[in-house]
Design a protein around this ligand. Structure first.
Ligand SMILES: NC(=O)C1=CN([C@@H]2O[C@H](COP(=O)(O)OP(=O)(O)OC[C@H]3O[C@@H](n4cnc5c(N)ncnc54)[C@H](OP(=O)(O)O)[C@@H]3O)[C@@H](O)[C@H]2O)C=CC1
Ligand SMILES: N[C@@H](CCC(=O)OP(=O)(O)O)C(=O)O
Length: 419
């Protein structure tokens, strides 16, 4: 599509989204829930169509050489479509934050001040080729009273179109504006540029992806951004770690699902930790390629030499860089230099060291004696997630309904004039 046509398409979509957002903001919680339940039914009813569209994406993905992990992320079957519909229903059952009073105070002059949650407005989401995000993100935005413009990964375009068609039809049948959730129907990356620069037309953009997307966002974004970027996550095994816990968590943090953003990419091991060999052996036995320096190779002979670039690499695969460090402060300095502010964990039985790490590491999620793979809205009890916010504003970590709202001050007086 020509860039001028993309501009016109995006201008039309954003105008329709704004109109929908105005109507959504006035809907009650029950009305929004009802529409989402209708959307879940519509997704279930369209299961065969969605799976057929996905088969075409899978065929094209395999032909273009997508990795096994990428194909697994793209793949839908009856179970996954059913899970997607159930996810939309789960969002419908969440408590609606819109209208909640965050704080209330009364001034000496009698003015009563309240901060009340409101929708953000029009939210643009750019995400990877994972089709279930179309349903999750659309449902979360709508339940929080926002209109969504979704731009999924190009490899998933046919699946996304099919899911979106069902979702939008279901929402409309359930009484929500059809434009509450729109999908960018083309794969041209110019649409991403148009979203990033749509000041006034889009209120917030969520970029969910890796380095290529980061670079573009940094260069072009003029719309407020809630970054959901790469997960270069660390697990640090402290000298006071329980050896069995260290082994089990290191394997889980890397190998449970290697392709997700919460997977550990670098293992830091305190030189004072007595038992590193079983940890590294367990990882290698589980099929993980280890990369480390000579010290690491001396402990685990299957480890390959690490290059400088390894400390800055998000593998999203069964590969782990491993470094020996002199204590928690050096570990924290390494994370500050090489991490991506996503999720970092310490394994230790020493509560003081743990607190030092939890306070000192500046990431959206910091963990003590837990696997970084728990970085997930569902696992945090939020029902679903847009993703993991790695930015600093205004929500960090798993973003769900509350992260998709802002607030306004409501001031109630009895005729006060300012002296
Ligand atoms: N923090 C979080 O919540 C999450 C983070 N991630 C991160 O995403 C990455 C993995 O996904 P991956 O498939 O590599 O994601 P990509 O960054 O390649 O793709 C994500 C989206 O961004 C688009 N995109 C990428 N580069 C550009 C560009 N230069 N201009 C315009 N659009 C662009 C893609 O479009 P196109 O299809 O055209 O390439 C796609 O829609 C990992 O780094 C992972 O950590 C993943 C999920 C959640
Ligand atoms: N937070 C989700 C994973 C999100 C994610 O990383 O997605 P992807 O990069 O598409 O595999 C989970 O833990 O299942």
């Amino acid at each position: 599509m020509a860039d001028s046509d993309i501009s016109m398409l995006m201008a039309d979509m954003t105008a329709r989204a704004r109109a929908a957002a105005t109507r959504l903001a006035a809907m009650t919680s029950d009305q929004k829930s009802g529409a989402l339940i209708a959307a879940a039914d519509a997704i279930r009813a369209a299961s065969d169509t969605i799976i057929a569209a996905n088969a075409l994406d899978m065929e094209a993905g395999a032909a273009s050489g997508l990795s096994g992990a990428m194909l697994d992320r793209l793949r839908l079957d009856a179970g996954r479509v059913a899970a997607m519909a159930a996810g939309v229903e789960a969002v419908a059952r969440l408590d609606d934050p819109v209208g909640d009073t965050i704080s209330r105070s009364e001034r000496a002059n009698g003015l009563v001040l309240a901060r009340v949650r409101v929708p953000i407005g029009v939210i643009g989401i750019i995400y990877e080729s994972r089709p279930n995000v179309t349903a999750d993100a659309g449902a979360l935005c709508a339940m929080a009273g926002n209109a969504a413009i979704l731009r999924g990964g190009s490899e998933a375009i046919r699946s996304n179109r099919a899911i979106h068609a069902a979702l939008a039809a279901g929402l409309e049948a359930g009484g929500m504006p059809a434009d509450a959730v729109q999908l960018v129907p083309v794969t041209d990356r110019a649409a991403v540029g148009a979203m990033l620069t749509a000041e006034g037309a889009i209120d917030m953009v969520v970029p969910r992806g890796g380095k290529g997307l980061v670079a573009r966002v940094q260069a072009e974004a003029r719309v407020p951004v809630l970054a959901h970027l790469d997960g270069l996550c660390h697990t640090y095994i402290d000298r006071a770690a329980d050896p069995e816990m260290a082994r089990a968590l290191a394997v889980n943090a890397k190998m449970r699902r290697t392709g997700i953003c919460g997977s550990t990419e670098t293992l830091l091991i305190d030189r004072g930790f007595a038992d590193p060999a079983p940890v590294l052996a367990a990882l290698a036995d589980a099929g993980c390629e280890l990369r480390g320096d000579a010290d690491v190779q001396a402990i685990e002979p299957r480890a390959l030499p690490a290059a400088d670039a390894d400390w800055d690499t998000e593998y999203l695969d069964a590969i782990l860089s491993v470094k020996l460090v002199d204590g928690v402060d050096v570990a924290m300095a390494h994370i500050a230099r090489h991490g991506s502010h996503h999720t970092d964990a310490i394994i230790t039985d020493d509560a003081d060291t743990a607190e030092r790490f939890l306070n000192g590491v500046d990431s959206a999620i910091v963990m003590w004696n837990a696997s970084t793979q728990f970085a997930d809205g569902g696992e945090f009890g939020l029902g679903a997630e847009i993703g993991i916010s790695t930015g600093r504003l205004h929500a960090r970590g798993p973003v769900a309904l509350e992260g998709l709202t802002t607030y306004k001050w409501v001031v109630r007086g009895t005729g006060q004039a300012r002296p």
